[in-house]
Structure formats: structure tokens, C-alpha cells
Design a binder for this molecule. Structure first.
Ligand SMILES: Nc1ncnc2c1ncn2[C@@H]1O[C@H](COP(=O)(O)OP(=O)(O)O)[C@@H](O)[C@H]1O
Ligand SMILES: CC(=O)N[C@@H](CCC(=O)OP(=O)(O)O)C(=O)O
Length: 304
């Protein structure tokens, strides 16, 4: 068979399987590297929508926020992979995420033939948030230390109405990870955590987390291609996961527990990584599932 025909035929069972389903894609700041890579990401999203999948894009922008803070001469610290956020920093985070990164992604998708609509957690109160309290355990006999990250939030509730309305339209939602509190205060939320909660609230078929490494790496730097929720939880207890990989794996666990079939952590530096994950037999990166048992066409569905 002609190579191109073979590739298209390989995609057919996946297209049939995912058509009509929701797939949440977290587009990390580190994966937004050059124009070619950004273009290939936008093409993947547009293609998904055209074949009847409902993509929801949740974006980050950590490096872009960092560069703006640096330009303004403001330092920022990280605790547990999250940015300590005072009021001034919150203003800059919102400006960069909602005003800049979000609109760039919307423009990119539109340029490639899609119709994207940008949302922050304030639109339709999509992301209701509360202050995040982070606990640092200090050994068996000492009480955990409570870390104050300022205006860093955690998701209290996702109001999915607006996303359900958009699923019935030709519009593709692009969500910035800014949440709104009970008294309308603004919270900076790690984009992985937002993507995980949105995927859970929508009972998405898949959550794809795009980043700048192959996937989850073990202590020897080797790719771990598959993890059950229990194995992922064990990794969190070890010292193998550092920085931004901690909230990523935590959010993967939470999403699977909330009913998402599979979470994939994939290398966003690879052109068309979303398509490769969705539509090829091999898949890429690290998958996190409730328990073992393949779910590629022809294999047995994992129970969840
Ligand atoms: N065990 C691990 N496996 C893979 N990446 C890891 C691990 N521990 C720490 N990391 C780091 O996590 C980073 C990804 O998280 P983050 O910087 O938040 O990315 P993004 O902006 O794409 O969300 C990687 O670049 C890597 O340096
Ligand atoms: C609380 C917290 O850390 N918020 C993140 C929000 C952006 C983000 O998550 O961006 P990436 O996905 O590109 O890392 C931040 O301020 O950087």
C-alpha cells in the first residue's frame, strides 16, 4: 500500500473512536517554542475539530510570565512547582496570560482555518477558585509546614455550561488558567491543574499534557511509557519528580480518578505530537491510566 494511504488508514479506527468525544489539550509555555512548532500545534487542533472531536485547549505561559517579570525587574520564587504570587505579580500574570498568550493562540488557530474563542476563568465563571494551601511534610513526628503562595489558587469548581455550548458549535475554546474567587478576587492557577479539572468535569476521553520533555523520566533518565494511578502516586512520594512535573503528575492522577479515560504527557517539541498521540498505533510519551490493560483499537478497554 502507498505509505500515505497506509498512514491515513491507520488513523481510521481512532477517528471513528474519538469522533464526538472531548479531548482536553494542555499547551505548556515551554512547548510554544518556534513558529513552525506553533503552526503544527494549531493544525492538529483544527484537524481534530473538523473530524468531529471536541478539543478544549488550556494553555500555560510560565516562561512568558517569567520574561515579563524580568523586564519589569520583579523576581519570582517557586514552591512545589508553583509561582509565589503577590498582588503586583497577579496583575502581570493576568496581563500576560489573558491579554497576550491567550490571544496569540486564538490567532494561531484562526490562521490555520479554525474558529477559536479565548476564555479566562472569569468568563461565565468557568473556573471558580479558592486560595491554595500547600503542605510540606517534615518527617513523621513533626506537623506539616503550611506554605503561603499568596494569590495562587486551586480549582473549587468548573462551570462547564459554556464549554458544552461551544461543543455544539464550530468554535474551539482556548482557556487561560486564571480563576475567580467567592468575592471576585483573581487567582493564579497552575495550568496543568486547571486542565486536569476541566477534563474531569467534562468527563473527557483524553487529557494530553504537552511539555518540553519526552514524558515522565525515571531516576536513570529513561522514559516511563505507562503508569497506573497507583504507580504514579508512588512516584510522587519518591524524589524522582521535580519542579513542574509534580503538579503535572498530580493532575493526571486526579483526572483519571474523576473519570478521564487516559492522560498522556507528551513531548511538545515534537511537531504534530498531538496527532501522533491520538491517531497512531504506537502513541508517544507517558500514558497514565486507572489500571493496566490497553485501549488502542483491537485491545481490551481499561476499566474505569
Ligand atoms: N522525573 C521527571 N521526568 C520528566 N521531567 C521532569 C522530571 N522531574 C522534573 N522534571 C521537569 O519538569 C519539566 C516540565 O514541567 P514544566 O516546566 O512545568 O513544563 P510546562 O511549562 O511544559 O508545563 C521538565 O522540563 C523537567 O525539567
Ligand atoms: C501558580 C502558577 O505557577 N501558575 C503558573 C501559570 C502558568 C502556567 O502554569 O504555565 P506553564 O504551564 O507554561 O508552566 C505561573 O505563574 O507560571
Amino acid at each position: 500500500m502507498h505509505e500515505k494511504a497506509r498512514l491515513l488508514i491507520e488513523a481510521l479506527p481512532y477517528i471513528r473512536r474519538f469522533s464526538g468525544k472531548t479531548v482536553v489539550i494542555k499547551y505548556g509555555g515551554h512547548a510554544m517554542k518556534d513558529e513552525e512548532l506553533k503552526g503544527s500545534f494549531a493544525q492538529d487542533i483544527v484537524l481534530m475539530k473538523y473530524i468531529g472531536i471536541h478539543p478544549v485547549v488550556v494553555h500555560g505561559g510560565g516562561p512568558q510570565i517569567g520574561r515579563m517579570l524580568e523586564r519589569l525587574g520583579k523576581k519570582s520564587d517557586f514552591l512545589g512547582g508553583m509561582r509565589v504570587t503577590d498582588e503586583d505579580t497577579m496583575d502581570i500574570v493576568e496581563m500576560v496570560l489573558v491579554g497576550k498568550v491567550n490571544k496569540e493562540i486564538v490567532t494561531l488557530i484562526n490562521r490555520h482555518g479554525g474558529r477559536a474563542i479565548g476564555l479566562s476563568g472569569k468568563d461565565g465563571r468557568l473556573i471558580e477558585a479558592r486560595k491554595l494551601h500547600l503542605f510540606r511534610y517534615q518527617g513523621d513526628d513533626r506537623p506539616p509546614e503550611i506554605l503561603d503562595l499568596g494569590l495562587v489558587g486551586e480549582v473549587a469548581r468548573i462551570n462547564v455550561e459554556i464549554l458544552r455550548i461551544l461543543e455544539k458549535s464550530n468554535l474551539i475554546p482556548v482557556v487561560a488558567p486564571v480563576g475567580v474567587g467567592k468575592s471576585d478576587e483573581t487567582y493564579n492557577i497552575n495550568a496543568d491543574l486547571v486542565a486536569g479539572r476541566i477534563a474531569g468535569a467534562l468527563r473527557a476521553e483524553k487529557l494530553i499534557l504537552m511539555t518540553d520533555v519526552q514524558g515522565v523520566l525515571d531516576a536513570d533518565g529513561r522514559l516511563v511509557s505507562s503508569l497506573t494511578v497507583a504507580e504514579a502516586a508512588d512516584l510522587l512520594q519518591d524524589d524522582v519528580l521535580k519542579g513542574g512535573m509534580i503538579p503535572k503528575v498530580q493532575c493526571a492522577i486526579d483526572a483519571v480518578q474523576a473519570g478521564v479515560q487516559k492522560v498522556h504527557i507528551v513531548d511538545g517539541r515534537l511537531p504534530h505530537s498531538v496527532l501522533l498521540e491520538l491517531f497512531t498505533d504506537a502513541g508517544i510519551g507517558t500514558e497514565i491510566v486507572k489500571r493496566t490493560g490497553g485501549s488502542r483499537p483491537g485491545e481490551e478497554e481499561s476499566d474505569s
